[in-house]
Design a protein around this ligand. Structure first.
Ligand code: LLP
Length: 391
């Protein structure tokens, strides 16, 4: 059950809202810092997962860099305390405006994803009298064994350059005095739970790719393995902190590094998912012919993952637990949102404490790709953020 010190403090808040457990965030960040230090791995938090300022400030204070995928994310990362030189700028479609904004921020690296993009960055850097640091994103053609919408490292995906294009990319970079080559980057997918085998495979592929690439004469100083470490959506209380030790130890023992090479990773979800919860109220409990619906005031506009990916989020009735203490009364419900779409369903046949109008309900593990992917569909207001430190 979501640990809340004082549920009465929720009474005055307008629902739905995102509730962030800042103690858990700090504990997670500390763990990442300890393990990454042990293995000498540089962490760049993928800010696309959650862009709330207090969250970013907590993460940047730990000395991590950031991974951004838009000019706006680059600027936001810098305004939340990440040094520009520690911000990587990735993405298949960087516009000229975004490239210029990133050059202004002094980004540490542009992760380039096409030959045309290399030309564009070189030209804009030259025009503004700058040297742009670049790394090549490689598509390693690896199956991350995850949902097809969040797998990114297969030939059929739009991301990165194919290995066969790397010599051409290297020649192009060498011919541009306004570019400084940094290294290679990959990202094979997200919510990877087969940690040992998938990341081992990724590192083995990187060993081959780097060895081949060095024949071009360009020196690979940075190897960036992307993000992707999965979290436990089924049991957020049993596993509140992701398995950073397994992830980083696999990298440490599998990746062959030369002495002057540094390893970088870009975790997003694994840092912020478990500290965030979408808190809603039960609007109505509605008996149907074969099932009973619990209708919440939070919908797919607030958290689109279930509707978009069929994603599972654990659901808990906080009022039944904290206020009524009626442990044994459980019912099967179809839990749904208010939006006029049949896919606005939180869960079918979920077993929940007996629920009543006005109860607080928590949708767990919603800190990553939750608030950032919200919309105002049906003109519902954006759910605001509430931080445990403030209550
Ligand atoms: N680096 C790159 C280049 C990425 O594209 C991503 C995520 C990450 C790092 C961070 O990956 P993570 O550690 O969070 O797995 N909206 C989807 C997830 C999309 C992930 C996109 N890229 C979801 O809700 O599951």
């Amino acid at each position: 059950m979501l640990n809340i010190k004082n549920i009465a403090a929720f009474d005055n808040l307008r629902t739905p809202f995102y509730y962030y457990d800042m103690d858990l965030l700090r504990k997670t960040v500390e763990r990442v810092a300890t393990i990454s230090r042990k293995y000498g791995i540089h962490v760049h938090y993928a800010i696309k997962a959650n862009v709330c300022k207090p969250i970013l400030e907590t993460i940047s204070a730990a000395g991590f860099g950031a991974d951004a995928v838009s000019g706006e994310e680059v600027v936001h990362a810098v305004s939340c305390g990440f040094p520009g030189s520690e911000v990587m700028f990735a993405g298949v479609g960087k516009s000229d405006r975004e490239i210029l904004a990133a050059l202004d921020c002094g980004v540490g690296c542009f992760n380039v994803e096409s030959l045309q993009e290399i030309e564009a960055i070189a030209e804009l850097a030259a025009k503004t009298g700058r040297i742009a640091p670049v790394a090549i994103r490689v598509n390693p053609n690896i199956d991350a064994h995850t949902h097809k919408y969040i797998t990114t490292g297969l030939n059929e995906n739009k991301f990165g350059l194919l290995e066969s294009d790397l010599p051409k990319a290297a020649e192009l970079i060498k011919s541009k005095p306004s570019l400084e080559f940094k290294g290679l980057q990959l990202h094979i997918g997200s919510q990877i739970t087969d940690v040992d085998s998938v990341f081992e495979l990724e590192c083995q592929r990187v060993n081959e790719i780097v060895e081949n690439f060095e024949k071009t004469g360009l020196k690979v100083s940075n190897i960036d393995l992307g993000g992707g470490l999965g979290i436990d959506y089924d049991d957020p209380d049993g596993n509140p902190v992701a398995d950073f030790e397994t992830w980083m130890s696999v990298i440490n023992r599998t990746l062959k590094l030369r002495e002057d090479q540094t390893v970088h990773v870009e975790p997003g979800r694994s840092i912020v998912a478990q500290c965030g919860n979408l808190i809603a109220r039960v609007l109505y409990v509605k008996p149907g012919t074969t099932k009973t619906f619990v209708i919440l005031d939070a919908g797919m506009n607030d958290l689109i993952r279930p509707a978009l990916y069929g994603a599972y989020h654990k659901i808990e009735n906080l009022s039944a637990h904290y206020l009524r203490n009626d442990e044994d009364k459980e019912c099967a419900y179809d839990i749904v949102g208010p939006v006029c779409e049949s896919s606005d369903v939180w869960g079918e046949g979920r077993i929940l404490r007996e629920s009543r109008r006005g109860d607080f309900v928590a949708l767990r593990s919603a800190g990553a790709y939750g608030q950032v992917m919200a919309s105002r569909y049906n003109l519902h207001e954006f759910a605001p953020a509430v931080y445990s430190d403030e209550l």
